[in-house]
Write a protein that binds this ligand. Structure first.
Ligand code: BYC
Length: 310
């Protein structure tokens, strides 16, 4: 069997591809792009939430929010480590992020304007991420699939903490309910945009499906998220900001209105409300952390020397 035949055989039989296995160049490149974008999203995604740590309404809320943000850092680290097994260094991935060569999820380019937005991020953004990531647990590249298993467990805690914040506000004073509705109004459409373009315009999907990197299409995952989330909003007495949203008995799913693709592509291309600020903050934090990386590297080097000498 040729290398390519062996690779195709593993994909056909759902055997994971591991770092030292032969893989087609395009498969490797596809994963380097997707996994690094995924890692960048986790890291950049800390910023909109970091904005609220010092303004959390109670000590309990603050501790939970801090734990969630730390989890996101951890997700970024697992994903960078997994992406490094594809033969590209973390430094290179980070340089690609900072120079605009690599993308990260469009959702993190929207501002978080009120405490209710912490609820909307957990409930909707983490909720959308889980729907996508549960399917990625079965992706064909071993290190990516395994990182997803742990990430999904933590994301379900995040989704619940967000729902709890929104539920508390929705059941509170009229002003608090208004805050919850306002957050839903602003985060609903960007959350359903997270799943990417419609299948017909998803130019990366055909290879990704063939290689079983992606197991379900953008539209299938989006529909699944909408079907799960609408009843949760109804339970809280909140209104999804989509006049065309309607249960379709025949399909057993919700029909929904047209997504504003012009807005989506504008944000993806770097022109959303916060794109420039997010990268600026990342560059600043990275520069400020240089001494920590240098100290950690020097320590690791010294430990290696000691081990070698003993
Ligand atoms: N935003 O052919 P398509 C989290 C790009 S973080 C930006 O459908 P694909 C969290 C796409 O990259 C979880 N760009 O592509 C963290 C491609 O452009 P390039 C984040 C987008 O790859 C902190 C082009 O559009 N999750 O949970 O088949 C706090 C065409 O798209 C987006 C992941 O990263 C977008 N939304 O499908 C709270 C999941 N959508 O690269 C929460 C992993 C599309 O050719 N990624 N584009 O220049 C994926 O599953 C897939 O990459 C996507 C896109 C579904 C996102």
């Amino acid at each position: 069997m040729t290398d390519l035949e062996k690779f195709n055989d593993k994909i056909a039989n759902n055997i994971k591809i591991e770092p030292k296995d032969w893989m087609p160049d395009d498969y490797r490149k596809h994963l380097q792009r997707q996994m690094s974008q995924h890692a960048h999203s986790e890291i950049i995604g800390m910023q909109p939430e970091g904005n609220w740590v010092l303004r959390a309404p109670t000590m309990r809320a603050k501790v939970i929010l801090l734990a969630k943000i730390q989890d996101e850092a951890g997700h970024g680290l697992y994903l960078y480590s997994a992406a490094e097994t594809l033969g590209k260094s973390r430094d290179t991935y980070i340089e690609e992020l900072q120079t605009g060569k690599a993308k990260y999820s469009s959702i993190f380019n929207y501002p978080t304007l009120s405490w209710a937005d912490m609820g909307a991020v957990g409930w909707l953004v983490d909720g959308a991420a889980i729907v996508n990531q549960v399917s990625l647990q079965r992706t064909s590249y071993g290190p990516y699939a395994r990182s997803m298993v742990r990430i999904c467990k933590e994301e379900s805690f995040h989704q619940r903490q967000g729902y709890e914040i929104i539920a508390t506000l929705a059941k509170g004073t009229p002003k608090q309910k208004e805050m919850a509705q306002d957050a839903l109004n602003r985060f609903w459409w960007p959350s359903i945009m997270m799943f990417g373009p419609h299948d017909a315009d998803s130019y990366r999907s055909s290879n990704a499906m063939e290689w079983k990197i992606k197991l379900e299409s953008n539209d299938a995952l989006r529909q699944s998220f909408i079907d799960k989330t609408v009843p949760q909003a109804e339970l809280l007495g909140l209104t999804i900001p989509d006049p065309d949203l309607k249960w379709n008995e025949e399909r057993g799913s919700y029909d929904f209105g047209e997504i504003n693709w012009e807005e989506f592509w504008n944000v993806v291309k770097g022109n959303g409300p916060c794109n420039k600020q997010r990268i600026k903050h990342h560059v600043k934090a990275h520069e400020n952390g240089k001494w920590v990386r240098e100290a950690a590297n020097a320590y690791a080097k010294k430990q290696k020397e000691i081990k070698k000498a003993s």
